[in-house]
Design a protein around this ligand. Structure first.
Ligand SMILES: [Zn+2]
Length: 390
């Protein structure tokens, strides 16, 4: 019992929409008066660091379904689809990926090469069902209570899986994951930035038939010239159809600052996937705070290369301390070799010396920026506080 709950603080001020502006200037949802901001670094002193990270109830907002395919599942799916993999065995998958992310080799291109081999094996709706259920079983083991998963339907369509088959299979997989593993989830449909914007717009039209199964849209894959302005019309259409809006802005890309600002101001996103370079521009930090933009960061590049990642770790600290809604996520957990969320968090905490109270703030940020209903968000917050107070 760590005595973190100070009920004398009283409830937050809240607006007619049920949200309140915290002292940091950011918009927070109307949560319990007993808030996680009063959590100290001595929280759950009965637990080791390992037990604390393993046990804390988790929410994940940035993970690509195609990046969750584990080697055994990859071989099973490839075999049933008659696809030859460039690996001899599941162990060969691990070795190949490790070589591609070894110091000096790590790059978005090498990463996407590994990802393309794995996601290239997906040829039927059943494959998408398999990877969804497998992923949600993994979430249960990691203590993830709620996850927002991304999928690239353009990739599926190029491999012969129509949008409807892909979305319906994932939706069934999500239902099975809730029933069998107790993990709630939602689906974000991502468009690929290195493919024509007209494809994205056409897909958005097609997605009308599956509107209830898709909570929001995003942009991923390579950050190419013309991003994000090329997608303004698609985002305007999505806004009219009441999708939630996010977009990747990868770390240290050409024009990172301009891209983040344009995604917020021109596309109207509520969330940036990655977006760490925000930390390098005070006026952008102000914009992110003012608009309550969430940053779904992924400390996966730290695996085995902590030294090279120091500047990124400084960005995490800076954004957390500035009061932005930055959270910790895995991105493509089966591809980066980062392990899953528990391991990713453990490595980030060790590398950046995040404290337990920092981790609770990251988790609270994830809950706050989750695209779920207020009742569910309160339940998630309550569970986090109960864990801290136990
Ligand atoms: Zn991503």
């Amino acid at each position: 019992m760590s005595g973190i709950c100070d009920r004398s603080r009283g409830p937050r001020i809240h607006s007619p929409r049920g949200q309140g502006k915290a002292a940091t200037g950011r918009w927070r949802h109307d949560l319990d008066p007993c808030d996680t901001e009063s959590v100290g670094d001595d929280v759950r002193s009965d637990l080791s660091d390992e037990e604390f990270v393993a046990g804390i109830p988790k929410v994940e907002l940035h993970v690509h379904l195609e990046g969750t395919i584990e080697p055994l599942s990859l071989f099973r799916i490839a075999e049933r689809n008659g696809i030859e993999l460039p690996y001899d065995s599941p162990e060969g998958v691990v070795a190949f990926q490790a070589e591609r992310r070894a110091p000096g080799n790590e790059s978005l291109v090498n990463f996407l090469e590994c990802l393309d081999i794995s996601r290239g094996a997906l040829r039927t709706g059943a494959d998408y069902h398999t990877i969804t259920v497998d992923f949600l079983a993994r979430c249960r083991d990691e203590g993830v209570r709620y996850v927002e998963m991304m999928v690239d339907p353009q990739q599926a369509i190029r491999q012969g899986v129509p949008l409807g088959d892909c979305v319906e299979a994932i939706t069934q997989g999500r239902a099975d994951g809730l029933t069998n593993h107790g993990v709630r989830s939602q689906l974000i449909m991502c468009f690929q930035r290195d493919h024509p914007a007209a494809e994205a717009e056409a897909l958005l039209e097609q997605a009308d038939a599956h509107r209830d199964s898709i909570v929001g849209i995003g942009l991923d894959n390579y950050e190419t010239p013309g991003f994000p302005a090329l997608f303004a019309a698609t985002y305007e259409l999505a806004r009219r159809r009441e999708y939630r809006l996010t977009s990747h802005c990868d770390v240290n890309q050409p024009d990172s600052i301009r891209h983040i600002r344009a995604c917020i101001e021109d596309l109207g996103v509520e969330r940036i996937d990655h977006g760490l370079n925000t930390a390098t521009d005070p006026s952008l930090v102000d914009l992110v705070l003012e608009r309550g933009i969430a940053l779904t960061a992924c400390p996966t590049f730290y695996h085995g290369q902590q030294g090279a990642a120091e500047s990124r770790l400084d960005m995490y600290r800076s954004l957390l301390d500035a009061g932005t809604m930055i959270s910790l996520n895995t991105d493509d957990p089966a591809q980066f070799g980062s392990g899953w969320l528990t391991n990713t968090i453990s490595e980030a905490m060790a590398a950046a010396r995040f404290s337990r109270s920092d981790l609770v703030r990251f988790m609270h940020n994830a809950i706050d920026s989750a695209w779920t209903d207020e009742h569910h968000r309160r339940d998630l917050t309550s569970e986090l506080l109960t864990f801290c107070n136990r």
